[in-house]
Design a protein around this ligand. Structure first.
Ligand code: ZN
Length: 77
């Protein structure tokens, strides 16, 4: 009977330790994953609208929100 009680206490202790470890790990994981960096935005040199870098049109060494503005900008020609 005494041995059974020891096993139960041991299992309970193990369960408590596992809970603490899991909690610590999940806490560390939430700290280690920061918010994604903000999208790299570029300003249209014609109208001043901000567009993501991968959507911006590059012309004459400047950036535009669309091809119409790239063609319409008199300072770019
Ligand atoms: Zn524009």
């Amino acid at each position: 009977m005494g041995q059974l009680l020891r096993i139960v206490i041991l299992l309970f202790g193990l369960w408590v330790v596992l809970r603490i470890v899991r909690k610590a790990l999940s806490h560390r994981r939430s700290e280690a994953s920061p918010l994604p960096p903000p999208a790299d935005m570029l300003r249209c040199d014609y109208c001043g609208v901000f567009v993501p870098r991968d959507e911006a049109i590059e012309a004459h060494g400047k950036h535009y929100c669309n091809s119409q503005h790239a063609n319409a900008d008199p300072s770019g020609k």
